[in-house]
Ligand binder design. Structure first.
Ligand SMILES: [Zn+2]
Length: 77
């Protein structure tokens, strides 16, 4: 496959998908995606996208919890 953004070659890989919506944030591990060699852009197939939407709708139970640190760039500089 070719990357739609830069035209680079993509490779099939398992990636961690992150979802963010207002105060909700979660990760889905081991998601199959096409990852661009050049710019790192991840492309998901329509089937995978459908599955990912189910996570957003709380259809599944999380397998583990991870603490997320939030930094403020403006505070650090
Ligand atoms: Zn690319």
């Amino acid at each position: 496959m070719k990357c739609v953004f830069c035209g680079g070659e993509t490779k099939k890989m398992l990636v961690t998908f992150s979802y963010e919506e207002e105060d909700r944030y979660f990760l889905v591990e081991h998601v199959p995606a096409e990852v661009c060699d050049r710019c790192g852009e991840k492309t998901y197939s329509p089937n995978v996208t459908d599955e990912l939407l189910k996570f957003a709708k709380d259809k599944f139970k999380p397998v583990k919890k991870r603490e997320v640190s939030v930094f403020d760039f403006a505070e650090a500089c």
